[in-house]
Design a protein around this ligand. Structure first.
Ligand code: SAM
Length: 280
């Protein structure tokens, strides 16, 4: 009998510990252990990796990660009510699960893990994008993590993998695709969760590249991309006004027409523009 079989079913865990889902914490739980194992497998080989899981809740995905052989899981959960359920899992997998009761926006546990580190999470919707942007913009590249396997609302997942010319294309796509490979690996209907959210969800797998696809300064790229998409319907000569002196000349030198709109410009040209904007 494997360790996972000694644990009670998740519905029972939720009833025992009174884990009534709280909307404010983005709580939509996965109760199907076949599904959580499938999500865990999307992260690649777990046996040689330390895993950071944000928001384990009652522990469905945590169980999946451990059952799939994760070397070690560090889980950060804000809701104190979930601690007894997670302690029970830690007991079933001695020395492999550590749980921190805290806010993932306030602590950075990545530094406490031994590479290779993979982040796997069914993220709370209210903090998911913020955490993703932090992971994609670390002070150094390559980052501490080698991959991110994350559940988002489908609409957010589409923004991460979007290509130029589509409505979903913007800051998230450019940040994710500059230094990583990002793809949607699983789609989930609302009924996969308890309680079901209003929208569909998707799992995105993001693999860090050893170096950026095109060279440029990260801070300058982040700044011009944010400015360009802040007013995405505007022509770039207006949206980027003030980004640098002679912005029209720099746009032209990067192969961009000043009358183009941000959503039509690919990553390579944004990086060229960032290099030109960084020049005195
Ligand atoms: N992983 C579980 C699953 O798949 O069933 C629960 C996922 S639920 C969508 C999101 C979880 O993140 C909840 O357990 C919630 O309490 C937790 N959470 C919300 N905000 C958080 C924060 N700032 N830091 C850490 N955990 C948080």
């Amino acid at each position: 009998m494997s360790a996972i079989d000694t644990l009670p079913p998740l519905r029972e865990v939720i009833a025992t510990h009174g884990l009534v889902a709280k909307k404010a914490l983005g709580q939509n739980f996965l109760l199907d252990l076949n599904l959580t194992a499938k999500i865990a497998r999307q992260a690649g080989d777990l046996t040689q990796s330390d895993i950071l899981e944000i928001g384990p809740g009652p522990g469905g995905l945590t169980r999946g990660l451990l059952a799939e052989g994760a070397r070690r899981v560090l889980a950060v959960e804000k809701d104190q009510r979930c601690m007894p359920a997670l302690a029970q899992i830690a007991q079933a997998y001695p020395d492999r699960l550590q749980v921190i009761n805290g806010d993932a926006l306030e602590i950075n546990p990545l530094d406490h893990l031994t590479p290779p580190v993979r982040v796997v999470a069914n993220l709370p919707y209210n903090v998911g994008t913020e955490l993703l942007v932090r992971w994609l913009t670390p002070p150094e590249w390559p980052p501490v993590w080698s991959s991110l396997t994350l559940m988002f609302q489908r609409e957010v997942a589409e923004r991460i993998v979007a290509q130029p010319g589509s409505k979903a294309y913007g800051r998230l796509a450019l940040l994710a695709q500059w230094r990583s490979n990002a793809r949607i690996v699983l789609n989930l209907p609302p009924e996969a969760f308890s309680p079901p959210p209003k929208v569909s969800s998707a799992v995105v797998h993001i693999q860090a590249l050893p170096a950026p696809r095109y060279p440029c300064d990260a801070k300058v790229l982040e700044r011009i991309v944010a400015q360009a998409f802040n007013q995405r319907r505007k022509m770039l000569r207006a949206a980027l006004k003030g980004a640098a002196p002679d912005i029209e000349d720099r746009l032209l030198a990067a192969g961009i027409k000043p009358t183009d709109r941000a959503e039509t410009i690919d990553l390579e040209r944004f990086c060229a523009l960032a290099r030109l904007v960084a020049q005195p």
